[in-house]
Ligand binder design. Structure first.
Ligand code: NAD
Length: 283
């Protein structure tokens, strides 16, 4: 039976640390502030934004929410970001993705100044991650690394296999594991003999976006299995990319969904906002 890596407990520990540091920072007259922009009515995005606001409140941060209508123009959105770039009370800016189709996500990401890019999506921050000299770590992959660290799971020399090559999860995840001396393989929709590759993994990270995609035959006995996927089933329940019932008996460690990687993503966002506030104030 696998040990459950509990994202609720680990994220609470990270957030407690951030809240403590925030209290100290406030004594120096600095309050971290996070601006969150949401465009349109996507229900999942609304839930994510509400969770981020709640976390800001728990941390003692200022939080600024901009809920814009679906028909917001590119110019209006860029003008808002430019205004927030200059606003002193705003340490971090986040634009909830995906955006409605008529808006250019790349342009939006590139408009947020790198110092306030707490999602670490700006090309400058992505480049820094590549060379290992970063200010902000991308929230989800950094959350996964925090979980591995918390459980004292050594990465050096381990076969690490990631399923998914997105800019948000798969690619930066590969870099962070590489920085910790893992032997990293990234799989994707064109990978041949996927199960053969994933069965090599000592540490398997699934970031596909398909419910129950990873089955027992794809997992080596004793592997550490990290499930990044968040999929909503027809019955309304959330489920990961890993078939938990099948894989759990084979794994040594496994993350649940919900209550696994998801809470870690928000905790890292809080950490990044604190870092941004400190850096912007020379602390
Ligand atoms: P994405 O759609 O951008 O990328 C999915 C990746 O899966 C692609 O690189 C694709 O090549 C790969 N893929 C698709 N079909 C495949 C197949 N048959 N075999 C192998 N690879 C295949 O998704 P994303 O943004 O990286 O997100 C992935 C999942 O993680 C989603 O469920 C998303 O909701 C979730 N997610 C969770 C968090 C969190 O905080 N827990 C954060 C971000 C994303």
């Amino acid at each position: 039976m696998a040990k459950l890596i509990d994202g609720k407990i680990i994220s609470a520990a990270v957030k407690a640390e951030v809240a403590k540091e925030t209290e100290e920072l406030k004594k120096k007259g600095v309050t971290p502030g996070l601006a969150v922009i949401i465009v349109g009515e996507d229900p999942a995005s609304k839930v994510y934004v509400a969770n981020k606001e709640k976390a800001c409140e728990q941390m003692g941060f200022a939080s600024f929410k901009y809920a814009l209508p679906e028909n917001t123009t590119q110019e209006e959105l860029i003008a808002l970001i430019e205004e927030l770039n200059l606003k002193k009370e705003v340490s971090g800016i986040l634009c909830q993705l995906p955006l409605p189709k008529h808006l250019n996500e790349e342009l939006v990401i590139n408009t947020i100044v790198p110092e306030k890019d707490v999602d670490a999506f700006h090309p400058q921050n992505v480049g820094k991650i590549m060379i290992g000299e970063f200010d902000f770590l991308p929230c989800t992959p950094a959350g996964v690394m925090e979980m591995l660290k918390y459980e004292n799971i050594d990465i050096t020399g381990k076969e690490c296999v990631i399923i998914g090559r997105s800019n948000i999860v798969g690619k930066p995840m590969s870099m962070l594991l590489l920085h910790k001396n893992g032997t990293v393989t990234v799989c994707h929709s064109r990978t041949k003999n996927l199960a053969e590759v994933t069965r090599r993994a000592d540490i398997l990270v699934a970031a596909v976006g398909r419910a129950n995609f990873v089955t027992a035959d794809m997992v080596k006995e004793g592997a550490v299995v990290i499930d990044v996927g968040i999929n909503r089933l027809e019955n309304g329940k959330l489920c990961g990319d890993v078939n938990f019932a099948e894989v759990e008996p084979k794994a040594s460690y496994i993350t649940p969904v919900p209550g696994g990687v998801g809470p870690m993503t928000i905790a890292t966002l809080m950490k990044n906002t604190l870092t941004a506030a400190k850096k912007q104030n020379g602390i």
